[in-house]
Design a protein around this ligand. Structure first.
Ligand code: MG
Length: 247
């Protein structure tokens, strides 16, 4: 069963998403060559707590940090560490917030310093893939219309979509039904209905879609070592169309 949110739920989720997007805007500003992925984590946690919210990832299945910070060939679930970010890196920041029991989830990828053209294109394609997927999040569309639109666009740009990790329903828990893959045929799966809330999150690889999990048991990296980017919003299906809660 895909949960349908009430008007009250949606108002609370909007608050949760608003906190998250404002934290993300502040965190983005400190990203430059020389800071560490741990600096990003510490500031994220401080800002979330200051909003009387709780970091949603910390402790989730044992994840040790507030932020997932994934650099270059890391796809998702990078664990913050005293690792310096270098000029030319791309850095994906994924954050989740629990505000009074209402969850939101958001990610973006930033270029740091002078970044090569192919990495810039990867970031732009992934950002655009998220926009394209969100546009399909309308009542009466099929769930897989989101998936298919993302895959078609990304592959048309010469990149690939990750198969092993997918978007998800969200709201009263961080992960709810349904799964929201970034690949698949159109017009399959459940019909989207008003009140559904989805975390749509294309993960796009410059090379092959295949990935490996590192020895820490968390961090997913591309098998070919090429870069990967990740954008995510929490989106409500409303009668007026898709509403980005983390905008
Ligand atoms: Mg997510």
């Amino acid at each position: 069963m895909i949960p349908i949110k009430s008007e009250k739920d949606l108002r609370m989720l909007e608050r949760s998403g608003h906190i998250l997007s404002s934290v993300m805007r502040k965190v983005q500003k400190i990203v430059r060559p020389g800071i560490t992925t741990l600096d990003i984590d510490r500031l994220s946690e401080e800002l979330i707590l200051k909003e009387d919210a709780v970091p949603a990832f910390k402790g989730y299945n044992g994840f040790p940090a507030t932020a997932c910070v994934s650099v270059n060939e890391e796809i998702v679930h990078g664990i913050p560490a005293p690792r310096k970010i270098l000029d030319g890196d791309i850095v994906s920041i994924d954050l989740g917030v629990n505000y009074q029991g209402y969850f939101s989830d958001m990610a973006l990828t930033l270029p740091v310093g002078q970044v090569g053209e192919s990495k810039k294109k990867l970031i732009e394609v992934t950002r655009k893939a998220l926009d394209i997927g969100i546009k399909q999040a309308c009542a009466g569309n099929y769930l897989s219309d989101i998936s298919h639109s993302i895959q078609s666009f990304v592959e048309g740009c010469g990149f690939s979509v990750v198969r092993q990790f997918v978007g998800h329903g969200i709201g009263i828990a961080l992960h709810e039904e349904p799964e929201v893959p970034n690949f698949g045929e159109a017009r399959l799966g459940p019909l989207l209905k008003k009140g559904m809330v989805l975390a749509i999150e294309p993960m796009v690889n410059m090379g092959s879609w295949e990935c490996l999990i590192e020895g820490n048991g968390w961090t997913a990296v591309t098998k070919d070592g090429l870069a990967s980017a990740h954008f995510e919003h929490t989106v409500a299906v409303t009668e007026k169309g898709p509403l980005i809660l983390t905008g």
